[in-house]
Design a protein around this ligand. Structure first.
Ligand code: CA2
Length: 145
């Protein structure tokens, strides 16, 4: 079985640590990648880390994951609340999916309370900051070992 976990990040997350630290913290996406790579290594897994500001590019990466990934961690960012295309792509993926949000979307504007991706996700983590990605990885490595 594949030992690769795909970590997919949606639009504007490339600005993590650069803008709005009061909402999203001071860590950058590169910091998150390094933290996940180390943790995955300790569990005998590897990470394929990806960010895009384009919906179709995320759909293409999920299609790639169909052949290569043992599980997916996804923070679809704003596409969480709008993207049937990402939901449809995830519905073609046959292994575990964990949805992560850095902020607690349920404490925020009502348009952030609905997630298309949650209709597919096996688990949803919100509001734990960037530690949420680590919690998702811990869940997946235990499920898949
Ligand atoms: O809390 C999360 O992780 C979100 O997925 C982040 C999205 C937001 O649209 C979701 O409702 C919740 C926004 C990501 C934008 O990231 C930025 C990072 C730094 C500065 C500005 C935006």
């Amino acid at each position: 079985m594949s030992k690769v976990i795909y970590v997919l990040n949606g639009p504007n997350l490339n600005l993590l640590g650069v803008r709005q630290p009061e909402v999203y913290g001071r860590e950058t996406l590169a910091d998150i990648q390094a933290m996940l790579e180390q943790s995955a290594r300790e569990s005998g897994f590897t990470i394929e880390f990806f960010q895009s500001n384009h919906e179709g590019a995320i759909v293409d990466k999920i299609h790639e994951a169909r052949e290569k990934a043992a599980g997916i961690i996804i923070n679809p960012a704003a596409y969480t609340h709008t993207s049937v295309a990402i939901l449809d792509a995830l519905n073609t993926f046959d292994a575990p999916v964990v949805e992560v949000h850095i902020s607690n979307v349920h404490k925020r504007e009502s348009f952030r309370h609905h997630s298309y991706v949650s209709l597919r996700a096996d688990g949803v983590i919100a509001g734990l900051g960037t530690r949420g990605y680590l919690a998702a990885l811990d869940y997946l490595t235990h499920q898949l070992s």
